[in-house]
Ligand binder design. Sequence first.
Ligand SMILES: [Zn+2]
Length: 383
Amino acid sequence: MKAPRQLHLFVLIDALGWSLIENSSFLREILPHRQGLRTQLGFSSGVIPSILSGLSPGQSGIWNLVYYDPERSPFRWMRRLPFLPYEMLDNRLGRRFMTELGRRALGLGPGFDCCVSPQLLPWFNWGERRNIYEQGGLGATASIFDQLAAEGIPYRAYSYQRATDREILARAATDIERDSARFFFLYLCELDGFLHTHCNDAEMIAGKLAWYEENLQRLFAGALRRDREAKFFLFSDHGMTPVCRHYDLAADIDACGLRMPEDYLAVYDSTMARFWFFSGQARVAINDCLGRVPCGRLLSGDEQRELGVCFSDNRYGEAVLLMEPGTLISSSGFNGAGWKPVGMHGYHPDDPHSDAVFLSNCPPTFPLATVTDIYRYMRESVS
Ligand SMILES: [Zn+2]
């Protein structure tokens, strides 16, 4: 790679779905080239690393935040303390305490959340410890930022770990006009939280999008003042699907009468549940139970391979149940008590609401189909 001749502005808006802007005028005047992109199965913890590295989760090993890893679990020391009062810890305050312990004392990063029963933490590890928008953020996997740094290409990257969307847009606007870098990357995360709560409110969404539109127009105007040939690419990681049903999957599994961690382990995300088995009886009983779930289905090995989420060590689950679009697992450890999202993502990429976007001010130099293609786009823009 060499430093790009023109100024390149890459903006990632979390959860900006194609269905939201396909027929709207959102930034159409300055970004006339627009299309939907197929997302990657998973949550932002898996999708964004794919955008930054060009690799599927199966290739990079980076997918969901929680994975089975009893040997290297940051909480494995708890197994030697069987007298810990787990009953007292397994409530909102106890989980809060474990979350703080993980974040502050065990180096798991500000995003760590105790999303399984504290008693089960010693069997799991946590994926996103570093700021993925910094060098080395993806661990052993090279991101676009590692490559830019290795080749001495100046760039600026902005993310929520340092600022709000408003601050990021203001900072970038100043830097674009003063800084000598020609590669700018902005990650704006706040639309995601907004849509989780308001994805059914067209008026509020229109207001929010108008705010982004105005700020991005201003940002691009500044870029054009510095370079009349500046290029602007706006994309997202996934869309947002309206929630229409809740399903208490853990209640079904609990009814099997098996024990964790002796017989099996389960992690309940919002849209998928993952299982590990330690006895033949548990494997049969749970698979039978999952086969009867009315609004979700087990992903076959072939399908996992096809979706880029096949892992030889099964760290993300020996069995993965994916809910139908719009169905939320109500027993999810990731949805804190009292949080009732009306929108969710992390469904099958065939779900039209899940499509991400790619918008640009110049015709794409090659056809893009999935969010993983964005990486190649960024890379080729500086070669
Ligand atoms: Zn989200």
